[in-house]
Design a protein around this ligand. Structure first.
Ligand SMILES: Nc1ncnc2c1ncn2[C@@H]1O[C@H](COP(=O)(O)OP(=O)(O)OP(=O)(O)O)[C@@H](O)[C@H]1O
Length: 378
């Protein structure tokens, strides 16, 4: 099973420019999470901070009990071996064929013989659908193949955590669907913790178990997919529908007057730039038939069902609707009616700021939820 990543109060600036502050979230082991956010909100900076390529100003990022913000260079080197990273462009060496590119980390970081390396390389090329392409140079293959080759290389050291920066960039929608399926299949096969940075709406709706969103230098939400997919938070709704109507503007922020003018145009019949208003929880991509089940799905369901009553009602409903008969039997009363919630007067980090309206549950005893309410929201 993949490693858990616990991020707490992480803040990063370049000089006087704060990129994001006080980011707190937990990537549950073996689950797939997506970080969304408009361009320039610091998603790539977040990934780089997680592997210690950039140093946050303050906060913690703990993996297997080691805080990579404050640990020694030696420890950081050790922890980095747990990561597989797919950078936006695949970051392949242009002069090496795919075989040598994928073999590179094994030759650099292990003492494996060439015949052992060959076995691993072909296994990973097979997993990423690149068998037969091993002699090609990166310049001779398509963008989608380069992504898959980058992924094959990210897998050779058997990572516990895989970071993927915009797997869809430069790909058409069909190739993006293939890479989405591949990420789910890889998670099924190796049960690694995966964090994907993207602004692709389809990928965000169908791939992850959890979704987070960065906006205006804050992590405005992070939680089970059902929470963001049913959220009424304007910035989340706007982003997930790709609409011009909402707080996100051409440059990151939009003033009230612009928002009102754009709303008036749309009210008068002008197109808002988005696709149809998709609402609710669309089905998640399943592993390719024959690969078996994702272990992370069962763990996530256990986790989400234990915090169900802390989530907003629409998310609770979305989760309940996805339960099978077997799930209902397993979770018993917990799978029953939606608990009415009201915002907590004292939102605490971790409990999502929600508590049951009935007051018959002790909030202090609730399991920690990964869901975070937007600041000052609700
Ligand atoms: N090494 C650096 N030094 C100074 N500023 C940087 C550095 N790296 C990133 N930035 C700045 O941090 C901000 C966030 O960049 P980042 O690439 O993380 O955004 P992003 O959300 O990934 O954007 P996109 O979706 O367009 O890829 C940008 O303003 C960028 O200029």
């Amino acid at each position: 099973m993949g490693a858990e990543v616990v991020v707490e109060g992480l803040t990063k600036s370049f000089g006087r420019q704060t990129i994001w502050r006080d980011v707190t979230l937990t990537l549950p082991p073996g689950e797939v999470s997506v970080m969304l956010g408009p361009s320039g909100t610091g998603k790539s900076v977040f990934l780089k901070s997680m592997i210690g390529l950039l140093k946050p100003d303050r906060g913690r990022c703990e993996i297997n009990g080691v805080d990579i913000v404050t640990c020694s260079e030696h420890k950081l080197y050790e922890i980095r071996k747990l990561f597989g990273v797919l950078f936006q462009d695949g970051a392949l060496f242009g002069s090496m064929n795919l075989y040598d590119n994928v073999a590179f980390p094994l030759r650099e970081h292990t003492k494996k013989s060439e015949s052992e390396i060959r076995k691993v390389v072909f296994e990973k090329l097979d997993m990423t659908g690149l068998n037969g392409a091993e002699k090609k140079l990166p310049g001779e293959i398509s963008g989608g193949m380069r992504k898959r080759a980058g992924l094959a290389r990210a897998l050779v050291l058997d990572p516990e955590i895989i970071l993927v920066d915009e797997p869809d960039s430069g790909l058409d929608p069909v190739r993006t669907s293939y890479i989405s399926q591949l990420l789910i299949d890889l998670n099924t096969q190796i049960d690694a913790t995966i964090l994907i940075v993207s602004h692709n709406i389809n990928l965000a709706r169908t791939v992850p178990d959890n979704i987070g969103m960065l906006f205006r230098r804050e992590l405005i939400m992070f939680g089970p997919r059902e929470v963001l997919l049913t959220s009424e938070e304007p910035v989340v709704k706007q982003f997930l529908n790709g609409s011009r109507i909402g707080p996100i503007g051409m440059s990151e922020e939009k003033d009230e007057a612009t928002m009102a003018a754009e709303q008036a145009q749309v009210d008068a019949g002008h197109h808002d730039g988005g696709t149809d208003d998709v609402r609710g929880v669309v089905p998640q991509i399943q592993p390719t038939p024959g690969l078996g089940e994702r272990a992370g799905v069962r763990r996530r369901l256990d986790r989400v069902m234990s915090i169900l009553h802390t989530l907003p009602p629409a998310a609770q409903q979305g989760i309940r609707d996805s339960l099978t008969e077997e799930d209902r039997a397993r979770y018993g009363a917990g799978a029953g009616a939606t608990t009415a919630l009201r915002p907590s007067p004292h939102p605490r980090n971790g409990d999502g700021g929600w508590q049951p309206a009935s007051g018959d549950l002790n909030v202090a005893e609730l399991p920690t939820s990964n869901y975070r309410e937007p600041r000052g929201g609700q």
